[in-house]
Design a protein around this ligand. Structure first.
Ligand SMILES: [Zn+2]
Length: 369
């Protein structure tokens, strides 16, 4: 058996040299060819959306490029969480390293099919879809922080026997993680964790989630008593040393704040709005920023970072592919590729979610709404 230097994992040792003789030292390994370097890279796929607002059913049509003439657009029905889930499933099958994120306003200001039941149906649907992370947005606070904590932790809503815990005989809460890095409680802690670290091929990637600092200006004060909302970029930058101490060199920010542009949903014409200055202030360890709140779609490069948003109501999602380098443990330069894709209905919907939607529609009808 060959010895591996202390502090080095077998995979790291193999990545360095491909093979090791008993006399070789790490520093003396031959130079890797391009193919060998690429072989050690770890591919990650992200699927991102924002401002879903409980739209279990398609909210309407969306203009997409005409397949017959890409210079024109054609309107198609887009959305429906059972269709979104089907696209997620198809993409997930392409990569063992897939992560699904939502950039806030997942719930709140929802259509009846979810809103009547306190958005429990949206949480159940996202559990079935396989959402991993939801950064809180302002609308997550519509019914106050206690109700938001119930969305995460489960339990039936007090005094709401006719509208809570109707699906599956209970409500066990979100299987995915709510994140709230800039939502501080009076004890100094955050309402939800600031970040989640996921490992791909043993390389950690931190996902920091947060809402806009202006949240208190647009929500009812009773729901956020005792909470303070901190500056977005300052919050990220303050976390960076803590993340670096844990060996993290790749950071994704998922923030419920955004911008505006005048091009199509995969362009970035004249990007403006609060997100521009936020991104420019972010530590360079952040390579990718998933945004929301403005209900716009864009696919931008701002200050060397990829910045995306996928409109609203589940009509678009962003597919993001990137590679991680085992040597630098961060994004391979130039490897972050994003594309906004319409949630078209030319795919078989995910049956478990279609069934959930029908049950909720029937229950809404039963209540006489
Ligand atoms: Zn919002």
């Amino acid at each position: 058996m060959k010895l591996i230097p202390l502090g080095m994992t077998l995979s790291a040792a193999l990545a360095l040299g491909g093979c090791m003789s008993d006399s070789s030292s790490v520093g003396a390994t031959r130079t890797q060819t391009g193919d060998e370097a690429a072989a050690g890279q770890v591919a990650v796929k992200m699927i991102a959306f924002n401002d879903f607002h409980g739209n279990l059913e398609a909210p309407g049509t969306l203009a997409i490029p005409d397949p017959k003439d890409p210079s024109k657009t054609v309107k198609v029905t887009a959305g429906g969480v059972d269709y979104l889930a089907a696209w997620v499933k198809q993409l997930r099958a392409q990569s063992p390293n897939t992560v699904v994120v939502s950039a806030g306003d997942l719930i709140g200001a929802s259509p009846l099919v979810s809103g009547l039941f306190h958005d429990e149906p949206t949480i159940e649907a996202m559990n079935l879809l396989g959402l991993d992370i939801n950064a809180v947005g302002n609308h997550e606070f519509d019914d106050g922080q206690d109700e938001l904590l119930r969305m995460q932790n489960g339990g039936c809503k007090a005094g709401a026997v006719e509208t809570s815990c109707l699906y599956g005989g209970g409500f066990s809460g979100a299987k995915f993680k709510f994140l709230a890095a800039n939502v501080q409680k009076q004890d100094g802690g955050t309402l939800f964790p600031a970040y989640e670290i996921k490992k791909y091929g043993n390389i950690p990637v931190a996902f920091i989630g947060m809402t806009l600092k202006g949240t208190p200006d647009i929500v009812s004060p009773t729901g956020i008593q005792g909470l303070s909302f901190k500056d977005e970029a300052d919050t990220v930058n303050a976390l960076v040393p803590k993340l670096k101490a844990q060996g993290v060199a790749a950071v994704v920010v998922v923030v419920h704040e955004g911008g505006y542009q005048s091009g199509n949903y995969n362009e970035c014409k004249g990007i403006s709005g609060p997100i521009v200055d936020i991104v420019k202030k972010l530590d360079k360890v952040v390579g990718l920023v998933v945004t929301g709140h403005t209900h716009q779609a864009y696919n931008c490069q701002i200050d060397g970072r990829t910045v995306t948003s996928a409109k609203n109501y589940g009509q678009l999602f962003t597919e993001i592919n990137f590679k991680l380098s085992p040597a630098t443990r961060t994004f391979v330069p130039g490897s972050i590729q994003a594309v906004n894709r319409p949630v078209t209905q030319d795919i078989a919907p995910l049956a478990s979610i279609s069934s959930l939607i029908q049950i909720e529609l029937d229950q809404a009808a039963d209540t006489g709404q």
